[in-house]
Write a protein that binds this ligand. Structure first.
Ligand SMILES: [Zn+2]
Length: 367
């Protein structure tokens, strides 16, 4: 299991609208896996792999009733939630605008990385106000608004003004971490600030790599789209999916795993370690029921663990694919994630492997 790739994807900063470093990393990783790789106007990376006869069996690639191969798009968003620099005050403190949905209860005292034109800066982010020693009872109960957060680079004001511009961006700065793994890391958990959604970037690469390594043929055209600006409204996926004109769209993303104390079992969405999530619906789209059955059948046949999931609120790129052009059949393949949209997003690596394995097993069967 290529855990090093997941670590590199997770530790690369890229907020909505500024995915270029993540894209550059992926572009290097996919060399040799696709026939055509291009970047569209919104920055999405579109990687197309033509149908392949099975190398060992020499089977012919079948044409379907469309007179052309079925076009399957996997949508994997590259952006992570983060902040843009909105204001720099006379003392050099920075105020921010959020890019993506934050629960500000998780934003006390964070280490951040500020990405500027002249290089990355380490900094800390705190709500303005008094520390515990001198705070009032009232202060302590308050949950800060994003607009009250201040970023402190430790640099003199003139230096900050020279190096930082309105529109520069920042992300959490915490290292990728493996937990509970014992001798085999792949049996444990992984933690990072950006599992949402570098998990999907990893799957878009590794599922195709597995098909390639196993010499499996596929009759469908497989297009992996690494999309932009998902966290602010599936924006990159809308245009990229329209450009590609897919027949089947697979939205790959994380989903909730609230199998932790304080949440009733009926709201858990997924349980960690019980397999990939087969996404039935969320508030942005309802999966094609036949595709759900198809994926389920492949999972059962190959003994890949899975769980059907419904997310009451939230959306993902599968919705953009479904409603692109004249419409497409869509389904979601998701990975349960604890502590989502925090710097401690945690996945079970067995669930990640299951998601990769089902994609690598299913894509070659699509006629
Ligand atoms: Zn996501």
């Amino acid at each position: 299991m290529n855990i090093d790739l997941l670590k590199r994807l997770c530790e690369t900063p890229g907020v909505p609208g500024r995915e270029e470093r993540v894209r550059a990393l992926i572009e290097k990783e996919v060399v040799g896996l696709f026939d055509e790789v291009r970047t569209d106007a919104m920055g999405s990376l579109i990687c197309r792999r033509s149908p392949r006869p099975a190398s060992r069996k020499g089977a012919k690639v079948a044409k379907n009733e469309r007179g052309r191969p079925t076009r399957v798009a996997l949508l994997c968003h590259m952006d992570e939630i983060g902040f843009y620099v909105r204001h720099i005050d006379e003392k050099g403190y920075i105020r921010v605008a959020p890019a993506g949905g934050f629960d500000t209860r998780n934003l006390f005292s964070r280490r951040v990385k500020l990405v500027t034109k002249t290089g990355d800066l380490d900094a800390v982010m705190n709500p303005g106000g008094r520390p515990i020693h001198i705070s009032t009872d009232e202060d302590r109960k308050k949950i800060p608004d994003v607009k009250e957060l201040i970023v402190d680079t430790g640099l003199p004001a003139e230096e900050v003004k020279k190096r930082v511009r309105i529109g520069d961006f920042l992300v959490y700065n915490d290292p990728f971490m493996l937990l509970g793994s014992g001798k085999n890391p792949a049996n444990g958990k992984a933690v990072s600030k950006a599992m949402d959604n570098r998990v999907a970037c990893w799957l878009g690469i590794e599922a195709v790599r597995q098909i390639e390594d196993e010499g499996k043929g596929h009759a469908a055209e497989v297009i992996v789209i690494f999309t932009t600006q998902e966290e602010v409204g599936l924006r990159g996926a809308k245009t990229a999916a329209t450009a590609v004109g897919c027949d089947i769209g697979i939205g790959i993303d994380v989903t909730l795993s609230c199998d932790t104390p304080g949440v009733p079992a009926d709201e858990a969405v997924t349980d960690h370690g019980k397999g990939f999530g087969l996404h039935v619906m969320d508030s942005s789209f309802i999966s094609d029921h036949q595709l759900l059955d198809d994926v389920e059948g492949v999972a059962k046949k190959n003994k890949i663990p899975y769980q059907r999931t419904i997310l009451l609120r939230g959306g993902q790129d599968g919705a953009a694919a479904q409603q692109s052009g004249t419409g497409a059949r869509a389904v979601g393949i998701v990975v349960g994630t604890r502590y989502i949209h925090t710097t401690a997003e945690m996945i079970d690596l067995k669930d990640l492997a299951a998601a990769r394995n089902v994609l690598a097993a299913w894509l070659p069967t699509i006629a």
